[in-house]
Design a protein around this ligand. Structure first.
Ligand code: HEM
Length: 321
Protein backbone atom coordinates (compact mmCIF):
# COMPACT_ATOMS: atom_id res chain seq x y z
CA UNK A 1 0.00 0.00 0.00
CA UNK A 2 1.39 3.44 -0.95
CA UNK A 3 0.33 6.03 1.57
CA UNK A 4 1.60 9.61 1.12
CA UNK A 5 4.77 10.15 3.14
CA UNK A 6 4.08 12.62 5.91
CA UNK A 7 6.28 12.66 8.96
CA UNK A 8 4.81 10.75 11.87
CA UNK A 9 5.20 13.82 14.14
CA UNK A 10 3.15 15.95 11.70
CA UNK A 11 0.39 13.33 11.77
CA UNK A 12 0.55 13.21 15.56
CA UNK A 13 0.22 16.99 15.69
CA UNK A 14 -2.90 16.83 13.51
CA UNK A 15 -4.39 14.15 15.75
CA UNK A 16 -3.49 16.29 18.77
CA UNK A 17 -5.03 19.50 17.35
CA UNK A 18 -8.19 17.68 16.36
CA UNK A 19 -8.29 15.95 19.77
CA UNK A 20 -7.97 19.32 21.55
CA UNK A 21 -10.91 20.67 19.53
CA UNK A 22 -13.01 17.62 20.47
CA UNK A 23 -12.09 18.00 24.15
CA UNK A 24 -13.44 21.57 24.08
CA UNK A 25 -16.60 20.48 22.25
CA UNK A 26 -17.27 17.90 24.99
CA UNK A 27 -17.17 20.58 27.70
CA UNK A 28 -19.54 22.79 25.69
CA UNK A 29 -21.94 19.89 24.98
CA UNK A 30 -21.92 18.83 28.63
CA UNK A 31 -22.74 22.35 29.89
CA UNK A 32 -25.60 22.68 27.38
CA UNK A 33 -27.04 19.29 28.42
CA UNK A 34 -27.26 20.39 32.04
CA UNK A 35 -30.21 22.59 30.94
CA UNK A 36 -32.21 19.34 30.60
CA UNK A 37 -32.16 19.19 34.40
CA UNK A 38 -34.15 22.41 34.72
CA UNK A 39 -37.86 21.87 35.39
CA UNK A 40 -38.80 24.70 33.05
CA UNK A 41 -40.78 22.71 30.46
CA UNK A 42 -37.72 22.83 28.21
CA UNK A 43 -37.58 26.63 27.98
CA UNK A 44 -33.77 26.87 28.17
CA UNK A 45 -32.87 23.63 26.40
CA UNK A 46 -35.40 24.14 23.58
CA UNK A 47 -34.16 27.71 23.09
CA UNK A 48 -30.59 26.39 22.95
CA UNK A 49 -31.47 23.59 20.46
CA UNK A 50 -33.51 26.04 18.39
CA UNK A 51 -30.48 28.33 18.19
CA UNK A 52 -28.25 25.34 17.32
CA UNK A 53 -30.66 24.25 14.61
CA UNK A 54 -31.21 27.63 12.96
CA UNK A 55 -28.04 29.72 13.31
CA UNK A 56 -25.93 29.35 10.16
CA UNK A 57 -22.61 29.73 12.05
CA UNK A 58 -23.62 26.76 14.21
CA UNK A 59 -24.60 24.82 11.10
CA UNK A 60 -21.11 25.39 9.67
CA UNK A 61 -19.62 24.42 13.06
CA UNK A 62 -21.64 21.19 13.01
CA UNK A 63 -20.21 20.21 9.61
CA UNK A 64 -16.70 21.10 10.85
CA UNK A 65 -17.27 19.06 14.02
CA UNK A 66 -18.44 15.94 12.18
CA UNK A 67 -15.57 16.38 9.69
CA UNK A 68 -13.14 16.70 12.59
CA UNK A 69 -14.46 13.51 14.21
CA UNK A 70 -14.02 11.64 10.90
CA UNK A 71 -10.56 13.18 10.49
CA UNK A 72 -9.60 12.17 14.03
CA UNK A 73 -10.56 8.54 13.30
CA UNK A 74 -8.88 8.46 9.86
CA UNK A 75 -5.66 10.07 11.08
CA UNK A 76 -5.42 7.70 14.03
CA UNK A 77 -5.94 4.71 11.74
CA UNK A 78 -3.36 6.12 9.34
CA UNK A 79 -0.87 6.53 12.19
CA UNK A 80 -1.40 2.92 13.26
CA UNK A 81 -1.09 1.58 9.67
CA UNK A 82 2.06 3.60 8.78
CA UNK A 83 3.70 2.73 12.10
CA UNK A 84 3.05 -0.96 11.43
CA UNK A 85 4.34 -0.64 7.85
CA UNK A 86 7.53 0.90 9.22
CA UNK A 87 8.07 -2.37 11.10
CA UNK A 88 6.38 -5.14 9.07
CA UNK A 89 8.00 -7.89 11.15
CA UNK A 90 6.34 -8.24 14.53
CA UNK A 91 8.48 -8.43 17.65
CA UNK A 92 8.97 -11.99 18.96
CA UNK A 93 7.93 -10.86 22.39
CA UNK A 94 4.94 -8.63 22.94
CA UNK A 95 6.25 -5.22 23.95
CA UNK A 96 5.15 -4.28 27.41
CA UNK A 97 6.06 -0.61 27.31
CA UNK A 98 3.62 1.97 28.68
CA UNK A 99 3.30 3.65 25.24
CA UNK A 100 2.35 0.37 23.55
CA UNK A 101 -0.28 -0.49 26.14
CA UNK A 102 -1.58 3.08 25.95
CA UNK A 103 -2.03 3.08 22.18
CA UNK A 104 -3.84 -0.28 22.26
CA UNK A 105 -6.08 1.06 25.03
CA UNK A 106 -6.78 4.28 23.09
CA UNK A 107 -7.64 2.27 19.95
CA UNK A 108 -10.03 0.03 21.91
CA UNK A 109 -11.81 2.88 23.73
CA UNK A 110 -11.84 4.89 20.48
CA UNK A 111 -13.66 2.08 18.65
CA UNK A 112 -16.16 1.74 21.51
CA UNK A 113 -16.81 5.51 21.47
CA UNK A 114 -17.40 5.36 17.72
CA UNK A 115 -20.01 2.57 18.11
CA UNK A 116 -21.74 4.31 21.04
CA UNK A 117 -21.67 7.63 19.19
CA UNK A 118 -23.61 6.05 16.30
CA UNK A 119 -26.19 4.79 18.83
CA UNK A 120 -26.26 8.30 20.36
CA UNK A 121 -26.81 9.85 16.92
CA UNK A 122 -29.72 7.45 16.32
CA UNK A 123 -31.24 8.72 19.60
CA UNK A 124 -30.90 12.44 18.81
CA UNK A 125 -28.90 13.85 15.92
CA UNK A 126 -30.37 11.60 13.18
CA UNK A 127 -33.85 12.64 14.38
CA UNK A 128 -32.94 16.20 13.46
CA UNK A 129 -31.83 15.01 10.01
CA UNK A 130 -35.12 13.10 9.64
CA UNK A 131 -33.33 9.71 9.33
CA UNK A 132 -34.86 8.37 12.56
CA UNK A 133 -38.34 9.07 13.93
CA UNK A 134 -38.74 11.13 17.11
CA UNK A 135 -41.10 13.64 18.68
CA UNK A 136 -41.32 17.13 17.26
CA UNK A 137 -42.53 20.57 18.21
CA UNK A 138 -43.35 23.78 16.42
CA UNK A 139 -43.75 27.40 17.56
CA UNK A 140 -47.50 27.97 18.09
CA UNK A 141 -47.46 31.36 16.36
CA UNK A 142 -45.83 29.85 13.27
CA UNK A 143 -48.40 27.07 13.10
CA UNK A 144 -51.46 29.30 13.41
CA UNK A 145 -50.41 32.29 11.32
CA UNK A 146 -50.13 31.62 7.62
CA UNK A 147 -49.46 34.62 5.38
CA UNK A 148 -52.92 34.79 3.80
CA UNK A 149 -54.91 34.38 7.02
CA UNK A 150 -56.83 31.67 5.12
CA UNK A 151 -55.93 29.00 7.67
CA UNK A 152 -57.43 31.04 10.51
CA UNK A 153 -60.65 31.59 8.54
CA UNK A 154 -60.94 27.88 7.75
CA UNK A 155 -60.25 26.99 11.36
CA UNK A 156 -63.02 29.31 12.56
CA UNK A 157 -65.35 27.79 9.95
CA UNK A 158 -64.43 24.23 11.05
CA UNK A 159 -64.83 25.25 14.70
CA UNK A 160 -68.30 26.78 14.16
CA UNK A 161 -69.51 23.64 12.40
CA UNK A 162 -67.68 21.08 14.56
CA UNK A 163 -65.74 19.76 11.52
CA UNK A 164 -62.45 17.92 11.55
CA UNK A 165 -60.13 18.17 8.49
CA UNK A 166 -61.85 15.44 6.46
CA UNK A 167 -65.34 16.80 7.14
CA UNK A 168 -64.17 20.29 6.21
CA UNK A 169 -62.79 19.10 2.85
CA UNK A 170 -65.94 17.08 2.11
CA UNK A 171 -68.13 20.06 3.00
CA UNK A 172 -66.26 22.56 0.84
CA UNK A 173 -65.92 20.02 -2.00
CA UNK A 174 -69.69 19.57 -2.09
CA UNK A 175 -70.21 23.32 -2.33
CA UNK A 176 -67.41 24.03 -4.78
CA UNK A 177 -69.78 25.15 -7.54
CA UNK A 178 -71.27 27.73 -5.20
CA UNK A 179 -67.78 29.20 -4.87
CA UNK A 180 -67.82 29.73 -8.66
CA UNK A 181 -65.76 26.71 -9.83
CA UNK A 182 -66.60 24.64 -12.91
CA UNK A 183 -67.12 20.95 -12.03
CA UNK A 184 -63.97 18.84 -12.78
CA UNK A 185 -61.96 21.92 -13.75
CA UNK A 186 -58.25 22.26 -13.01
CA UNK A 187 -58.94 25.32 -10.83
CA UNK A 188 -61.34 23.25 -8.74
CA UNK A 189 -58.67 20.54 -8.26
CA UNK A 190 -56.13 23.16 -7.16
CA UNK A 191 -58.63 24.74 -4.79
CA UNK A 192 -59.49 21.37 -3.22
CA UNK A 193 -55.79 20.47 -2.94
CA UNK A 194 -55.17 23.74 -1.08
CA UNK A 195 -58.10 23.08 1.28
CA UNK A 196 -56.84 19.52 1.86
CA UNK A 197 -53.39 20.83 2.82
CA UNK A 198 -54.86 23.42 5.16
CA UNK A 199 -57.21 20.76 6.62
CA UNK A 200 -54.22 18.55 7.52
CA UNK A 201 -52.77 21.48 9.50
CA UNK A 202 -56.17 22.05 11.14
CA UNK A 203 -56.17 18.39 12.24
CA UNK A 204 -52.76 18.89 13.87
CA UNK A 205 -54.03 21.97 15.73
CA UNK A 206 -57.23 20.20 16.79
CA UNK A 207 -55.27 17.22 18.19
CA UNK A 208 -52.93 19.59 20.06
CA UNK A 209 -55.92 21.40 21.58
CA UNK A 210 -57.68 18.16 22.52
CA UNK A 211 -54.58 16.62 24.13
CA UNK A 212 -53.32 19.91 25.61
CA UNK A 213 -49.99 19.44 23.82
CA UNK A 214 -48.69 22.90 24.59
CA UNK A 215 -45.65 23.93 26.55
CA UNK A 216 -44.20 27.08 28.03
CA UNK A 217 -47.37 29.15 28.13
CA UNK A 218 -48.47 28.00 24.69
CA UNK A 219 -45.17 28.97 23.06
CA UNK A 220 -44.71 25.53 21.48
CA UNK A 221 -47.06 22.86 20.18
CA UNK A 222 -45.57 19.55 21.31
CA UNK A 223 -45.77 15.82 20.62
CA UNK A 224 -45.96 16.07 16.84
CA UNK A 225 -45.44 12.72 15.13
CA UNK A 226 -42.98 12.09 12.32
CA UNK A 227 -45.85 12.15 9.77
CA UNK A 228 -47.18 15.43 11.16
CA UNK A 229 -43.67 16.91 10.99
CA UNK A 230 -43.44 15.85 7.32
CA UNK A 231 -46.90 17.27 6.57
CA UNK A 232 -45.89 20.63 8.08
CA UNK A 233 -42.59 20.67 6.21
CA UNK A 234 -44.50 20.08 2.97
CA UNK A 235 -47.51 22.33 3.53
CA UNK A 236 -46.02 25.09 5.72
CA UNK A 237 -42.23 24.96 5.32
CA UNK A 238 -41.90 28.29 7.14
CA UNK A 239 -43.36 26.71 10.31
CA UNK A 240 -40.04 24.86 10.67
CA UNK A 241 -40.92 21.95 13.03
CA UNK A 242 -37.96 20.73 15.08
CA UNK A 243 -37.20 17.76 17.36
CA UNK A 244 -38.32 18.10 20.97
CA UNK A 245 -34.95 17.09 22.44
CA UNK A 246 -35.88 18.16 25.98
CA UNK A 247 -38.89 15.86 26.07
CA UNK A 248 -37.07 13.05 24.19
CA UNK A 249 -34.09 13.08 26.58
CA UNK A 250 -36.35 13.11 29.64
CA UNK A 251 -38.41 10.22 28.23
CA UNK A 252 -35.34 8.13 27.29
CA UNK A 253 -33.74 8.47 30.70
CA UNK A 254 -36.84 7.10 32.41
CA UNK A 255 -35.64 3.66 31.25
CA UNK A 256 -32.93 1.91 33.29
CA UNK A 257 -31.34 0.24 30.22
CA UNK A 258 -30.91 3.63 28.55
CA UNK A 259 -29.32 5.10 31.68
CA UNK A 260 -26.93 2.13 31.94
CA UNK A 261 -25.98 2.32 28.25
CA UNK A 262 -25.28 6.06 28.50
CA UNK A 263 -23.27 5.60 31.72
CA UNK A 264 -21.11 3.01 29.93
CA UNK A 265 -20.69 5.53 27.09
CA UNK A 266 -19.54 8.25 29.53
CA UNK A 267 -17.11 5.92 31.33
CA UNK A 268 -15.50 4.94 28.01
CA UNK A 269 -15.28 8.63 27.04
CA UNK A 270 -13.76 9.34 30.48
CA UNK A 271 -11.10 6.64 30.03
CA UNK A 272 -10.29 7.85 26.52
CA UNK A 273 -9.96 11.53 27.40
CA UNK A 274 -8.09 11.03 30.65
CA UNK A 275 -5.35 9.47 28.49
CA UNK A 276 -5.82 11.92 25.61
CA UNK A 277 -5.51 15.08 27.71
CA UNK A 278 -1.81 14.76 28.69
CA UNK A 279 -1.02 13.35 25.19
CA UNK A 280 -2.19 16.60 23.58
CA UNK A 281 0.30 18.57 25.72
CA UNK A 282 3.04 16.03 25.00
CA UNK A 283 2.45 16.19 21.23
CA UNK A 284 2.86 19.96 21.21
CA UNK A 285 5.90 19.78 23.46
CA UNK A 286 4.07 21.75 26.15
CA UNK A 287 5.05 19.31 28.86
CA UNK A 288 8.26 19.21 30.82
CA UNK A 289 9.35 17.80 34.15
CA UNK A 290 8.23 20.95 35.90
CA UNK A 291 4.64 20.93 34.59
CA UNK A 292 4.03 17.19 34.06
CA UNK A 293 2.41 16.75 37.46
CA UNK A 294 0.18 19.78 36.95
CA UNK A 295 -0.94 18.59 33.48
CA UNK A 296 -1.74 15.12 34.88
CA UNK A 297 -3.89 16.65 37.64
CA UNK A 298 -5.58 19.06 35.21
CA UNK A 299 -6.37 16.13 32.88
CA UNK A 300 -7.86 14.15 35.77
CA UNK A 301 -10.01 17.10 36.91
CA UNK A 302 -11.18 17.74 33.33
CA UNK A 303 -12.11 14.09 32.74
CA UNK A 304 -13.96 13.83 36.08
CA UNK A 305 -15.88 17.06 35.38
CA UNK A 306 -16.93 15.63 32.00
CA UNK A 307 -17.89 12.26 33.52
CA UNK A 308 -19.89 13.75 36.40
CA UNK A 309 -21.48 16.50 34.25
CA UNK A 310 -22.71 14.06 31.59
CA UNK A 311 -23.79 11.35 34.08
CA UNK A 312 -25.81 13.83 36.14
CA UNK A 313 -28.42 14.15 33.38
CA UNK A 314 -29.56 10.51 32.97
CA UNK A 315 -29.13 9.73 36.68
CA UNK A 316 -31.08 12.71 38.05
CA UNK A 317 -33.81 12.36 35.41
CA UNK A 318 -34.12 8.63 36.19
CA UNK A 319 -34.53 9.32 39.90
CA UNK A 320 -37.13 12.00 39.13
CA UNK A 321 -35.04 14.90 40.40
C1 HEM B 1 -26.50 13.05 28.72
C2 HEM B 1 -25.75 12.87 27.67
C3 HEM B 1 -26.02 13.44 26.31
C4 HEM B 1 -27.17 14.00 25.83
C5 HEM B 1 -28.51 14.19 26.51
C6 HEM B 1 -26.88 14.43 24.47
C7 HEM B 1 -27.79 15.04 23.64
C8 HEM B 1 -27.54 15.40 22.34
C9 HEM B 1 -28.48 16.05 21.46
C10 HEM B 1 -29.91 16.45 21.86
C11 HEM B 1 -27.88 16.25 20.28
C12 HEM B 1 -28.48 16.94 19.03
C13 HEM B 1 -28.26 18.43 19.18
C14 HEM B 1 -28.57 19.19 17.93
O1 HEM B 1 -28.14 18.75 16.87
O2 HEM B 1 -29.22 20.25 18.03
C15 HEM B 1 -26.54 15.72 20.37
C16 HEM B 1 -25.62 15.75 19.36
C17 HEM B 1 -24.33 15.31 19.47
N1 HEM B 1 -23.77 14.70 20.57
FE1 HEM B 1 -24.66 14.40 22.36
N2 HEM B 1 -25.57 14.12 24.17
C18 HEM B 1 -25.01 13.49 25.26
C19 HEM B 1 -23.72 13.01 25.36
C20 HEM B 1 -22.77 13.04 24.36
C21 HEM B 1 -21.41 12.55 24.47
C22 HEM B 1 -20.80 11.89 25.71
C23 HEM B 1 -20.79 12.79 23.27
C24 HEM B 1 -19.39 12.50 22.79
C25 HEM B 1 -18.61 11.58 23.21
C26 HEM B 1 -21.77 13.43 22.40
C27 HEM B 1 -21.53 13.81 21.11
C28 HEM B 1 -22.45 14.41 20.28
C29 HEM B 1 -22.15 14.87 18.93
C30 HEM B 1 -20.80 14.73 18.23
C31 HEM B 1 -23.33 15.41 18.42
C32 HEM B 1 -23.58 15.98 17.01
C33 HEM B 1 -23.18 17.39 16.93
C34 HEM B 1 -24.19 18.35 17.47
O3 HEM B 1 -25.33 18.36 17.01
O4 HEM B 1 -23.85 19.14 18.35
N3 HEM B 1 -22.95 13.57 23.09
N4 HEM B 1 -26.36 15.22 21.65
Amino acid sequence: MNLPKIHSITKKMFVGAVGAFLLLFLLFHMCANLCILRHDDGAWYSAFCHFMGTNWIVKVFEVVLLGVIALHILLTLWLVVTNRMARPQRYHERPRTKTHTNSRFMALTGILIFVLLIVHFCDFYFVKLGWVKGEYMVKTEKLINDDSGELLQLMQYADRNGFDGAALVANIESQAEEFGFQPNSEELQLFIENIRNKASVIDIILRAEKEQNFSQDHKWVRHLTYDERNTLRRVMPESDPEPDFYFMAREKFKHAYMVIMYLIFFVVVFLHISHAFPSVFQTFGLNNYKYNGFIEVLGKIYSWVILIGFSAVPLLVFFGL
